[in-house]
Design a protein around this ligand. Sequence first.
Ligand SMILES: Nc1ncnc2c1ncn2[C@@H]1O[C@H](COP(=O)(O)OP(=O)(O)OP(=O)(O)O)[C@@H](O)[C@H]1O
Length: 257
Amino acid sequence: MASPLPASHGSDLAVSLTGVTVSFRGRPPLGPYDLTVARGEIVAVVGASGAGKSTLLRLLAGLETPSGGSVVRASGGTTGFVFQSPTLMPWADALTNVTLPLDIAGVPRTEARRRASTALQAVGLGDRLTARPGQLSGGMAMRVSLARALVTDPDLLLLDEPFAALDSITRRTLIEDLHRLWTARHPAMVFVTHDVEEAVYLAGRIVVLDSRTGRPVADIPSPGPLPRPDRWRADPAYREAVEAVAAALASAMDPAR
Ligand SMILES: Nc1ncnc2c1ncn2[C@@H]1O[C@H](COP(=O)(O)OP(=O)(O)OP(=O)(O)O)[C@@H](O)[C@H]1O
């Protein structure tokens, strides 16, 4: 997706929001959102239901028009978006679904299919190119959706609760996949989740949104290099970060504030 946002020539920036507000009819404005994501960084976003997590992702993608503040994207940056449900074309096979963004970008057909095939192999579906979504499990369909987001080699990958509908084993496997893909290509990633443990395991930093305004109210580092081995979940540093995020989330949701 080409970015319609103003471009930055700074070398370390993927995207940043400064004092951004969004007004929807019938509710107080959301924000202000202040958030800077560096190139290659993994940021998790947590917050109550309706806090404004999807709105934040849509702002980062350039899909939402701010009513105030500024949004700056890295120059020449491209964005991939993974939604909560796989949103695949049900009549088309996996290869055709993943080819779609390249078709839209005008990539020649043979080249587009070659790149889509490579992206599907990267998510472990090299042997399911001709399967239609209805013939795939929920986890596999989400992998197709991930391949579709990665096929344009985005420098910013936005994921809106992509694993929420999946069982915990499949979620863990997909998080390992995501870390592997990140290691290969190093896109900046912003990942919305309801799951504090998932956030801490996946990300280098966790941003907690205020439940009423969506304003980021805590920014908590998840220590240690990425990606983590599975056994890191037994590390005291992991448990401490989980406790810190859970406490910030509880405070952000406290109606007595
Ligand atoms: N297009 C819209 N028109 C009117 N109100 C909207 C629109 N989009 C979002 N909202 C409102 O803005 C608030 C934030 O919505 P958003 O979808 O960003 O929250 P969320 O944190 O992603 O929620 P959830 O966890 O339930 O997906 C909610 O009160 C929602 O009803």
